[in-house]
Ligand binder design. Structure first.
Ligand code: FMN
Length: 212
């Protein structure tokens, strides 16, 4: 089993990096392989809106994008993975541009007939709810603002998962991060470890239910 972590903060030694590492360690403790993608380190160009990836080559698992960058390789690894952890700071009330850019380019996993106007695209490969994902969001605004700060981020990150038939296990908002105490940070890191463990447990449970 393989779990991919996508880290949407430009600060590769910041809080999201620590939190996602702890969550991935939790997953590793269940014997699975993990990989952390720091999105800032990859060449991911902006979607140019040509729709080629979505409207053409419906027989392929990944639509062909004319942009030449790292995204095709990332999506190839993505389609073979079993679960995902996405982490993003709140920037201006939403996910970071880094995370949003990545999410937009994931459109190559979807397809729609050009003439099916107004219809939501379908996914090229359905996960059949045997894959799962968990989401982490951090913000300077305190925990009680989770709805106003966290919800738009969770919604942005989970929209594709809905189409791909991937359930969300945890949506975790951590507020007040600017002056987070050492004590609170270690509590949160422990909770992230548990989040990683829970993700694997839920994937295994879903797969067992399908088999039985
Ligand atoms: C450009 C920018 C915009 C931000 N906007 C918000 C915001 O709207 N709400 C909020 O709670 N925090 C906001 N923050 C604070 C970040 O969420 C915080 O720095 C981040 O969660 C720290 O995580 P990191 O160490 O992984 O980067 C913003 C920070 C930056 C740099």
């Amino acid at each position: 089993m393989k779990i991919l972590g996508f880290m949407g903060s430009p600060r590769v030694k910041g809080l999201n990096a620590k939190l996602i590492d702890s969550a991935l360690k939790g997953a590793q403790s269940k014997g699975v392989e993990t990989k952390r993608y720091d999105l800032i380190k990859y060449n991911i160009k902006f979607c140019m809106g040509c729709f080629k990836c979505m409207f053409e080559n419906h027989e392929l698992p990944i639509g062909r994008c004319p942009l030449k960058d790292d995204m095709a390789g990332i999506l190839e690894e993505y389609r073979h993975a079993d679960g995902y952890i996405l982490a993003s700071p709140v920037y201006d009330g939403g996910v970071t541009a880094l995370m949003k850019n990545f999410l937009e380019r994931k459109c190559a996993l979807h397809y729609r007939k050009r003439e099916d106007y107004g219809r939501i695209p379908d996914t090229r490969e359905k996960a059949n709810f045997e894959k799962k994902a968990s989401l982490i969001v951090t913000g300077n605004a305190a925990d009680e603002y989770w709805e106003v700060m966290g919800t738009p981020c969770f919604e942005a990150m989970e929209a594709h998962f809905l189409v791909e038939e991937i359930d969300i296990v945890d949506r975790y908002y951590i507020g007040g991060v600017e002056n987070i105490s050492k004590k609170r940070l270690s509590e949160k890191l422990r909770e992230m470890h548990t989040l990683g463990v829970r993700l694997i447990d839920e994937i295994k449970k879903a797969r067992k239910e399908k088999r039985d």
